[in-house]
Ligand binder design. Structure first.
Ligand code: KG4
Ligand code: ZN
Length: 342
């Protein structure tokens, strides 16, 4: 099998409730990134409704791919490799993106590569928007914190595509905790941005919610924190007190952010990391970003907001590094809904 350094990669992402397509040039430069969000559609269910998500992907995928090509001012003939999210994610959603990518690969004769969504989140830190001042690339060994709706993981990257898993959540993912607490505070879906907004002006020290330390471990646990918020809310309701939503949101947010921050810094020190990378939907959180950026011991890489939540630029970036390192998929590969970080 021969690989080459592809000039342009087109990537597709449909693992959850975002239909996305992007074109990346020379491994780092983002020519276009289109994200069609279904958020409003799922908000009325308080979370992602898988059947609705997959059908919406079917409706959006063709125009989204067309827009990504148009925005990049290229045609499918200018693309060298097709990358697509293979998993983890919702089966019915993944299938739509994978089949579109296979169709494009088959029709154009270009190679295809199935990409791990979590690896994609980490590689969002390598994406450079066209026209932006170039940022420095993350250096290895690199301590990575991946915080999304489904995952919370600490991995040491010793080089490209090489991960040593140090810890993960024992129960809820960080984003899941945001979503569940937002629901019980009746703030709507998705919970992360809603909590962040509600927390503005709130007193983060009003409620001393538990920080599960799990001493000596790099694992995380957020279900105790979620239950503590629930008990506090129930107590206040029993007393017929109006809910101090801003203080509750700020105190909860502070507990999550502090836990993520402390474990990551500790892991980075203990493993001699040069840099830290924070990625995934929760890395859009302003309190989390501020806390990491305010320390000066390690250079911290956090993607711009548009690349924190699900997008296809990150899939193109991971696909690029996979492809130049000799990975390529057969046309008959299946989706991998529970795929862990390779
Ligand atoms: O990475 P992502 O878009 O999808 C998954 O791969 O899961 O992450 C979605 C998660 C949701 O749980 C959402 O509430 C959370 O990221 N999130 C945030 C913020 N924006 C999105 N959490 C905290 N603060 C935010 N600003
Ligand atoms: Zn994601």
């Amino acid at each position: 099998m021969t690989t080459f350094s592809p000039a342009r990669i087109l990537a597709i992402e449909t693992s959850c409730d975002e239909t996305a397509c992007a074109v990346l040039e020379n491994g780092r430069t983002l020519l276009s990134s289109i994200v069609a969000s279904q958020m409003e559609m799922h908000a009325r269910y308080g979370g992602v409704f898988p059947e609705v998500a997959s059908r919406q992907h079917v409706l959006s995928i063709t125009p989204v791919v067309q827009q990504a090509l148009a925005q990049a001012r290229v045609t499918i003939n200018d693309i060298d490799v097709i990358a697509v999210t293979r998993g983890p994610g919702l089966t019915g959603s993944l299938v739509v993106g994978v089949n579109m990518a296979k169709g494009l690969a088959l029709a154009s004769g270009k190679p295809i590569i199935g990409v791990n969504h979590l690896e994609g989140h980490l590689y969002s830190a390598w994406v450079q928007k066209a026209g932006d001042v170039p940022t420095t690339e993350p250096r290895f060994p690199l301590m990575t914190l991946l915080v999304s709706g489904g995952h919370t993981e600490l991995n040491l990257m010793t080089g490209h595509l090489t991960y040593k898993r140090l810890g993960s959540t024992r129960d809820d993912a960080a984003g899941e905790a945001f979503d569940k607490v937002a629901r019980l505070l009746e703030l709507g879906y998705p919970g992360g941005p809603a909590i962040q907004k509600a927390a503005v002006g709130g007193d983060a020290n009003r409620f001393n919610f538990p920080r599960a330390r799990l001493d000596g471990e790099y694992d995380f646990s957020f279900s105790g924190l979620k239950t503590a918020v629930l008990y506090t809310v129930n107590d206040l309701k029993k007393k017929n007190e109006s809910l101090p939503v801003a203080d509750l949101a700020a105190s909860f947010q502070q507990a999550v952010v502090e836990t993520l921050y402390k474990k990551t810094i500790k892991a980075a020190r203990e493993h001699g990391a040069k840099d830290i990378l924070v990625a995934g939907g929760v890395s859009a959180n302003s309190a989390l970003r501020e806390m990491f950026k305010s320390q000066t011991e390690f250079p911290v890489h956090i993607p711009p907001l548009s690349l924190c939540t699900d997008n296809a630029a990150m899939i193109a970036s991971a696909g690029y590094y996979r492809f130049v390192n000799g990975h390529v998929s057969e046309l008959d590969f299946d989706v991998a809904p529970t795929w862990a970080l390779p």
